[in-house]
Design a protein around this ligand. Structure first.
Ligand code: F6P
Length: 521
């Protein structure tokens, strides 16, 4: 039976009524004053992640109605369809099975689990590829001649591995430098190459499709540089991570690690695209990373909706976007190692849920993905937190903090933790002054995600938490979170414009593009 669109469900109407009656006047400070147990009620443990949601603009009624909305939108059935390998990416007729990449080895299944696992063949292929990739990672780690690894890729073939390699620096092997080249701007590749020697360098060409212009252009230039510098043995110095092994072979790369069309680009760091992570932290570390994500998968699959952290976060996102009308969310990792976390989440959420039509292509009358933006703390405090505290727009903030530091420098970590606590507190409490410039309105919502330590396992769980939370809001909105047609038009137009930069042909162009093109020639 076709489900009602979310805004046509009784729960949505009830949420509207609740919002207009009391939700929009909700004051979290009063809520804490009235309920000594608010922290316990709106916080929870999930695998590797503790989440405090209590400083958000929610109460027991809105929470219950949001859970009802999830039920009326068939969230559980949609989740189960993903885990059953159904073709939920309907515009591309593909399954969405990145979770399979982090399942424990099939051999560990009980016969009963194996019998109900319809996707055993895919799982078997995953294991063969994972073993090969991890053996290769260990080989590279043991090869003292390879000092520099350059990952050439963009979007999901860059952001995830880059973010994770930086985040797990504490666990990285010494003697290997990892570089990430994504931009078609030659400045980036040239800036990396000038410090390298071909005999000490391994290039990883990471591209799901092996057709992306940026990656192909950078890969061609890297290969030309390698050969011009006297580099020998492409098989040793270039590897391709791709679903399109034939294209990689045509390009001249014979060392290849494959994956499958059911792994979306922005969900691909668990696949061969994660090779830079595996080189950095080793095979055992990479398996811990997968296990952390798997623990979050199990939580998402089995925890009751009211105790299910991805569900609670995703529903909060719907509450803020569609009822409060908050247009953005600020991402504030209080961890320098997580400095690419905001950029990574931008692709994950905005490319997944930045859609204006439902699964059938019908325009939606409500808003979908918020804008995600941010910087690590405490840096953001000295840049844009002014606006978060005293600007006209309310921006929910999502903090991430890590209890145990990876370093031993005295004093730093307590100062860092004091700041993250203080910012969340200040946003909520506000301050009444004489009025005017020094007043803080307060009642500004934030979520606080806390890791015991930043490890491969906790990072894996934190990422999977975000993947599933994006799934939840997308499922409520009834959109396909797994395609990205919105990136196509610009690519097509760039192909048309590129030769015009040489020829000067402006026929058929709009006045602005024509004028700019002439200036650029
Ligand atoms: O930006 C569009 C996109 O298709 C992303 O979804 C993807 O992660 C990126 O381009 C790179 O694609 P590929 O891995 O195929 O080079």
């Amino acid at each position: 039976m076709k489900k009602l669109r979310c805004d046509q469900t009784p729960a949505w109407a009830a949420l509207n009524t609740h919002f207009n009656a009391s939700g929009k006047h909700f004051d979290v400070r009063e809520a804490f004053a009235q309920d000594a147990r608010r922290f316990e009620a709106f916080s929870q443990d999930a695998p590797h992640v503790f989440a405090d949601l209590s400083k958000n603009l929610i109460d027991a009624d809105s929470h219950a109605l949001l859970l009802e909305l999830a039920r009326q939108c068939g969230l559980e059935q949609q989740r189960d369809a993903m885990f059953a390998g159904e073709l939920i990416n309907s515009t591309e007729q593909r399954a969405v099975m990145h979770f399979l990449l982090r399942n424990p080895p099939y051999a560990q299944y009980t016969p009963a689990q194996a019998a109900i696992n319809k996707i055993a063949d895919a799982q078997a292929e995953v294991e063969v590829t994972l073993n090969a990739m991890l053996a290769y990672a260990e080989q590279v780690r043991a090869d003292a001649a390879i000092t520099d690894i350059v990952n050439i890729g963009i979007g999901g073939s860059d952001l995830g591995p880059q973010m994770a390699v930086l985040a797990l620096n504490e666990f990285a092997t010494a003697g290997k430098r990892l570089h990430f080249v994504s931009n078609i701007d030659g400045d980036e590749l040239a800036g990396v190459l000038k410090h390298l020697l071909p005999g000490n360098t391994l290039f990883l060409v990471a591209s799901k499709t092996f057709t992306t212009t940026e990656t192909m252009t950078n890969a061609r230039s890297a290969k030309a540089w390698f050969e011009a510098q006297g580099g020998q043995d492409i098989a040793r110095h270039f590897a391709a991570l791709t679903t399109n092994v034939a294209a990689a072979n045509d390009f001249g790369i014979t060392t290849t690690f494959g994956f499958w069309d059911w792994v979306g680009g922005r969900y691909s760091l668990w696949s061969a695209i994660g090779l830079p992570i595996a080189i950095a932290i080793g095979a055992a570390g990479f398996r811990e990373f997968l296990a952390g994500a798997h623990a979050m998968d199990a939580h998402f699959r089995s925890a009751a909706l009211e105790d299910n952290l991805p569900v609670r976060l995703g529903l909060l996102d719907v509450w803020y976007r569609n009822f409060h009308g908050f247009a953005s969310r600020s991402i504030a990792p209080y961890s320098s190692a997580l400095r690419r976390w905001p950029a990574y989440l931008q692709q994950l959420e905005m490319e997944s849920n930045g859609k204006r039509v439902d699964k059938d292509g019908q325009p939606l009358p409500f808003d979908t993905s918020p804008v995600l933006w941010g910087e690590p703390g405490t840096n953001g405090q000295h840049a844009y937190f002014q606006m978060l505290h005293q600007g006209t727009a309310v921006v929910p903030v999502e903090f991430v903090a890590v209890k145990r530091a990876a370093h031993e420098l005295p004093g730093h970590h307590d100062k860092l933790l004091a700041n993250v606590l203080a910012q969340a507190q200040a946003l909520m409490r506000g301050k009444k002054d004489a009025g005017g410039h020094q007043d803080f309105p307060g009642n500004r919502p934030s979520t606080f995600l806390l890791l015991e330590q930043l490890t491969p396992a906790s990072l894996g769980a934190l990422i999977a938490l975000q993947e599933h939370r994006v799934f939840v809001s997308g499922a409520i909105w009834g959109i396909n979170s797994f395609d990205q047609w919105g990136v196509e038009l610009g690519k097509v137009l760039a192909r048309d414009i590129e030769p015009r930069l040489q020829s000067g042909d402006i026929s058929g162009l709009d006045g602005s593009t024509a004028g700019l093109l002439q200036r650029l020639r």
